[in-house]
Design a protein around this ligand. Structure first.
Ligand code: BES
Ligand code: MG
Ligand code: ZN
Length: 499
């Protein structure tokens, strides 16, 4: 679907009204100059119990002077509380309805909203972005997909200055296309998307001037990445380490920001085998890497004036006679030895080497990692927040702020010595599970922290609960959400871009 900006309406044209909780229409003086029509419309609104509460949507069509009129009413609740993401949500709520219409193209008119902090321009751009984000679906393997149906292929907004809007929308489109890239990777089945394939998908970003480099197992062995390699050992599909470099601010002397992703293309648990029911969901265990790739694509598309590196550790966690055993001891690139007491706690092993490599190779002083790391984070936060763990109050606050702006919410958890000590091991430097139960997401983060240098500001986002959902969301269909791409893009934009 294409989102466009034009200065003449097409047929059918939909006029959008914003109605607050007092049922006041806030953007047009009048629903219609024709009092008969106005009465009818108000009547049907009250019949349909339209109260103007936040996110309520109602469509009414009628005929005026032989011309069909389509009105869309959007409830905005308390207008003083609206932020721009609310309008993105309205677009997302509207989109499935638009898809049921048998039109190829429609246009929208959106009257100016007064008494709202969000500018008129941003209202339109965010509505457009929400419609676009929600329009994503993964149909690659469904060849017979409703080809005969008339499909809505273009949504146009009527504005007085289309050129200006098209320019402004470029950034929204870039971020959404980063999100779509991320969702594509999440949906791809694991027999296709193995570590080697993930690496070649990453290579696609070369076209956008991202420098992509792939380390194979031989190179990783040379670097001493025994923790990552141990996890991949059981799979016929070889492991890969993928690095991505975006150099949008060449004159800067500071080191780049590091983004590190867990890319487990399938997690059976290994010999600490997962139950069969629900195991199919573990194709999304590369969600951290999909997030990194989505952000890299977004910032490259919008030519962000920032320097960012991505490091992805990609493995498949399988069972075979080559697979690692519970009680194996591996040596990580950092030099620390790890007793692998549970082969299903594999993400932290992969990240241990990916984090270390990121610090050694790029000398980063700020590093954020992303991982579908623990089931325990779902116990704690459900599917509504990602877990945030950090050694820096500033970095935590900045990420939390960006999460509020994009409505990809994060919640900070504590770290501390008492948790760290639970990982001490009698026969190796550290063990990969505590074995004591309790605080599973914190001790996982504590494990990662052992591979973060003292002078590096670091944050870890546990996205296990938010990356794959079995219900439609405001801006996505059921399945891969690509949670975090918009958040991190916003974080980079607000904190690390030369303006
Ligand atoms: N990939 C899982 C975590 C996960 C669970 C992601 C549910 C998405 C949804 C991870 O590798 C894992 O298995 N973690 C274990 C850790 C435990 C053995 C300490 C878990 O959460 O049970
Ligand atoms: Mg696991
Ligand atoms: Zn996993």
């Amino acid at each position: 679907m294409i989102v466009n900006f034009i200065n003449k309406k097409v047929s059918p044209n939909f006029k959008i009204f914003f109605i607050n909780k007092d049922k006041k229409n806030l953007n047009y003086h009048n629903i219609s100059s024709n009092s008969e029509i106005k009465k009818n419309v108000l009547n049907s609104l009250s019949k349909r119990n339209f109260k103007g509460s936040l996110g309520q949507i109602c469509h009414i069509d009628t005929i005026t002077d032989n011309e069909p009129q389509n009105f869309i009413f959007i409830g905005i609740g308390d207008e003083s509380k609206l932020g721009s993401f609310n309008f993105e949500y309205f677009g997302g709520l509207l989109q499935p309805y638009l898809e049921t219409l048998q039109y190829k193209e429609i246009s929208f008119e959106v009257g100016g909203l007064k008494k709202v902090k969000v500018s008129n321009e941003n209202i339109i751009l965010n509505l457009a972005s929400g419609i676009y984000l929600k329009s994503y679906s993964f149909k690659k393997y469904k060849k017979k997909d409703d080809e005969n149906n008339k499909k809505l292929s273009r949504v146009s907004f009527v504005v007085s200055n289309p050129v200006k809007f098209k320019k402004l929308f470029v950034n929204f489109q870039a971020v959404a296309d980063g999100v779509f890239f991320s969702r594509d990777l999440l949906h791809e089945p694991p027999n296709v998307l193995n570590p080697v394939n993930l690496a070649s998908r990453a290579k696609e970003l070369t076209k956008l001037n991202v420098k992509v480099n792939i380390l194979d197992e031989k190179k990783m062995k040379k670097l001493g990445m025994g923790a990552l390699l141990g996890v991949g050992m059981g799979s016929a599909n070889p492991s890969r380490l993928i690095t991505l470099e975006w150099n949008g601010n060449p004159s800067s002397k500071s080191p780049p920001i590091g983004l590190v992703g867990k890319g487990v293309t399938f997690d059976t648990g290994g010999y600490s085998l997962k139950p069969s029911s629900g195991m199919e969901e573990m194709k999304m265990d590369m969600g951290g890497s999909a997030l990194v790739l989505g952000v890299m694509k977004a910032i490259a598309l919008r030519k962000s004036k920032s320097n960012v590196v991505g490091v992805i550790g990609s493995v498949e966690n399988m069972v075979s006679s080559n697979a690692q055993r519970p009680s194996d001891i591996v040596k990580s690139m950092s030099g620390q030895t790890i007793e692998v007491l549970n082969t299903d706690a594999e993400g932290r092993l992969v990240l241990a080497d990916a984090l270390w490599y990121c610090q050694e190779k790029y000398n980063v002083k700020k590093m954020i990692n992303f991982a579908t790391l623990t089931g325990a984070i779902i116990v704690a936060l459900g599917n509504f927040y990602a877990g945030l763990f950090s050694n820096s109050d500033k970095l935590s606050d900045d990420l939390t702020k960006s999460g509020k702006k994009t409505d990809e919410k994060v919640w900070r958890f504590p770290l501390g010595k008492e948790y760290d000590e639970l990982l001490n091991c009698d026969i190796a430097d550290v063990k990969n599970i505590t074995g004591t139960g309790g605080a599973g997401s914190i001790t996982a983060a504590q494990f990662l922290k052992r591979f973060v240098k003292k002078d590096v500001e670091w944050a870890h986002l546990d996205i296990a609960g938010v990356t794959w959902l079995d219900k439609d969301q405001p801006l996505s269909r059921k399945g891969g959400t690509a949670f975090g791409v918009r958040l991190i893009d916003n974080y980079i934009y607000n904190n690390h871009e030369r303006k």
